[in-house]
Structure formats: structure tokens, C-alpha cells
Design a protein around this ligand. Structure first.
Ligand SMILES: [Zn+2]
Length: 393
């Protein structure tokens, strides 16, 4: 068994210990000490990092036999006395999140009788999974209650009890552990069996902010951020809001409505533009027919039109000249193409397009009277040559 200093001294960052075992597992050195302040991954809380004898600790593992393995880049001998130092910023962050979790879970439990099934601490935020669904109003009420407890700065005591004693105590969740229990007591608010590290008073949590909640496995998953993490999230949102505000020039609370208005305006403009484009397409078709007067085939590149515009021009042209075949390309590389034929023409627009795609790449398809495609890599001269071969002579 490794003596866990963090059980009774969660604020301790440096310690001396004696190496009791050294092993190599999967090429990594695992060092076991007689005592440690390093917290190993367990109970939803990630391990501490830091140094042991000056060498970095990359992972801390809670072993089945009650010992703790320190994965290190250094080399140590059994019996050697080493000095350990934990990364306090990381540990304190974990203490804020973990204590905040106790308070938030207790708030849901006390206010609405909703139990917390599990807790997970990620690198940016933490989540609790609740046994049943909760409304947005319930989440907000629990958040308020949790922060009331934070701001009252209540003591968070560490107590030890036998299993028998614990059985008589009003624990929020029955413990599945056997033997003596370590209890975390948030004064007059929450009593839980827990092996994690916690702040000494609730004020150390700073603030508990819910990031969001969603339905999850018949219950709810609530994301929350405590202390420094809440501040970091606030900064991230503040900066992105400020950046958005430079474009929209409205207050944050009016931003959603402003974007909705812009989207509606944009759709209306697109409709208007489409109407003009259709009218202009008819004029463009006339110009094309005049230039190619009497020809049965028009193969041309037209600038300034998108696929829909090309289609409108081609359709307008063949509508006026039933024996005409029209192939219109954009003047871009790769090119878009629309092929249309009049009701009296016999060419197969779909087959012509297929052949173009086979020769010049891209994709597309269509019917014998109308086909369109894009992504064609070739010059107008090449397209013209290819199409002339495909047309009925
Ligand atoms: Zn805990």
C-alpha cells in the first residue's frame, strides 16, 4: 500500500519518499514509493503531473493492490530517497472541478431528487450524468443553488469512517468500497464517500457555470466549468462575441435576431437576383442565336454565369429553335457545362455529357434533352473538337 498524502493534505505540493519498487512495463519505467502526493487517475479525476527527482511524471496509476505507480522518464533505485513535486496549477484546477461537482450534484439531488450516475473530467470541461431528464429551468435553479453554496464559502472537511459508521450516515450515494471510507463533507450540504482531491472551502471553487445540458441515455448529461475553467470559457466567448460584434454592430443579446434578419434579407435578394437572371438569360439567348444565325449547333463559352444561368440561356435558346443543339461552358477552369437540344433535334445531351466527363474529368449527368456537369479540365478548342465528333453528321 502506498501512503496517499493527498488524502489528508490535498494542498501539499512537495514531498520526500523512498523508492520501494521499480519496474518496466511496455518500455515505461513505473516507480512505486512508500508515500506520495501524486493523485492517480480514479473517480473521474485525471492524474497529477509534476516531477520526481527532477524527472517528469507522465502518468500516475492506481493499482489493484493499493499501490500507486509513477510513470517516469528518470531512473531510480530501490531504497533511494526522492523528492516529488506536483504541478499545482493542474492539480488545483482538478480540485476546483471535483469539489464543484460535489456541490452541483448535491444541488440536483436536494432540489429535485435527481441522482448523479457518473462524473467525467475532460481537459476543458467536466460532465455529470444525471439519472433522469431535467428541464432548462431546473438546471438554472440547481446552478444558482450550487453557486450560493460556493459564495457562502462553507468548509469542506475530510473525514474517515468505518463501513458501519458510514452506513448510518446520510451519504448522497452509497459507496461500493469495503473497509474504512474517506468522506468529503461540504458543511450542511453534501456528504459523499470520495477519494479525490478537493478545495478546503467552497469559496475555492470560484464559480460553477453550466456550459450546457442534453438528453443522454434516458437521463441528462450536464456540462459544467468551475473556477479558472469558467473564466477561460468566458474569455473565449467574449473574444468571439467581440469579433462578431465588429461585423454586426449590435449588442450580444440582439445578435441572434440580427443574424436571422440578415439571412432572411439574403434569401430575398437571392430570389430577386434569380428573377433578373432569368430575364437576362432570354436576352443572352437571343444574342447567341443572332450570332450563330442558321447554325444547328452552338458550342460556346459564356462569361459571368453560374450553372443555373447557363441552363436558363440554353433552355431559352432551344425553345426558340427546335432543331438546335446548344453546349454552353463557363469560361473557367475547370469548366461547368450545360447541354440542351430542341424538340426537333436528335442529339443525346446526356450521352454527350457522359463522353465529355470521360475525356475531361469532373462529373455530371442528365436526360437526352438536357444535361449538365462540372469539373471539366480542358480548353474550349478541345471541348469543341470532342463535341463535333459526337454530333449526328
Ligand atoms: Zn470528490
Amino acid at each position: 500500500m502506498t501512503n496517499r498524502l493527498y488524502y489528508t493534505e490535498p494542498y501539499r505540493t512537495e514531498f520526500d519518499a523512498t523508492v520501494v519498487a521499480v519496474g518496466v512495463i511496455d518500455g515505461r519505467t513505473h516507480v512505486t514509493l512508500d508515500q506520495t502526493a501524486f493523485y492517480p487517475t480514479s473517480g473521474g479525476q485525471p492524474f497529477d503531473t509534476g516531477t520526481l527527482g527532477g524527472a517528469a511524471i507522465s502518468e500516475v496509476i492506481d493499482r489493484e493492490d493499493g499501490t500507486i505507480a509513477h510513470v517516469t522518464s528518470g531512473s531510480h533505485k530501490i531504497g533511494e530517497v526522492v523528492q516529488g513535486a506536483i504541478d499545482w496549477a493542474r492539480r488545483f484546477d482538478h480540485m476546483q472541478q471535483h469539489t464543484g461537482q460535489h456541490v452541483l450534484s448535491a444541488a440536483f439531488d436536494r432540489l429535485f431528487g435527481v441522482r448523479t450516475e457518473s462524473f467525467h473530467m475532460g481537459t476543458l470541461s467536466a460532465t455529470i450524468d444525471l439519472a433522469r431528464e431535467v428541464s432548462a429551468k431546473q438546471v438554472a435553479t440547481a446552478e444558482d443553488e450550487a453557486n450560493r453554496i460556493v459564495w457562502e464559502d462553507r468548509p469542506v472537511a475530510i473525514r474517515f469512517a468505518t463501513a458501519e459508521e458510514a452506513a448510518k450516515l446520510p451519504l448522497r450515494k452509497e459507496s461500493i468500497r469495503t473497509g474504512p471510507l474517506r468522506l468529503i463533507d461540504v458543511e450542511n450540504f453534501d456528504l459523499s464517500a470520495c477519494g479525490g482531491t478537493h478545495v478546503a472551502r467552497t469559496g475555492g471553487i470560484g464559480v460553477i457555470a453550466v456550459g450546457g445540458s442534453e438528453k443522454f441515455r434516458g437521463g441528462a448529461r450536464v456540462e459544467f466549468l468551475c473556477g479558472g475553467r469558467a473564466l477561460n470559457r468566458f474569455r473565449l466567448w467574449r473574444d468571439s462575441l467581440a469579433a462578431t460584434q465588429r461585423f454586426l454592430s449590435v449588442a450580444p443579446e440582439e445578435m441572434a435576431a440580427a443574424i436571422e434578419r440578415m439571412q432572411a434579407d439574403s434569401k430575398a435578394q437571392q430570389r430577386t437576383l434569380r428573377g433578373f437572371q432569368e430575364k437576362l438569360a432570354i436576352h443572352e439567348a437571343h444574342a447567341l442565336l443572332e450570332k450563330a444565325w442558321g447554325q444547328a449547333v452552338i458550342i460556346a463559352a459564356i462569361e459571368g454565369w453560374d450553372a443555373q444561368g447557363l441552363k436558363a440561356i440554353a433552355v431559352a435558346a432551344v425553345a426558340e429553335t427546335p432543331n438546335l443543339v446548344v453546349a454552353l461552358f463557363t469560361a473557367t477552369t475547370p469548366a461547368l457545362v450545360v447541354i440542351a437540344r430542341g424538340t426537333a433535334a436528335t442529339a443525346d445531351a446526356g450521352a454527350m455529357l457522359k463522353s465529355l466527363v470521360a475525356q475531361f474529368g469532373g462529373k455530371g449527368g442528365g436526360r437526352p434533352d438536357l444535361a449538365q456537369g462540372g469539373g471539366l479540365n480542358g480548353t474550349m478548342a478541345q471541348f469543341q473538337d470532342a463535341l463535333q465528333l459526337l454530333l449526328p453528321q
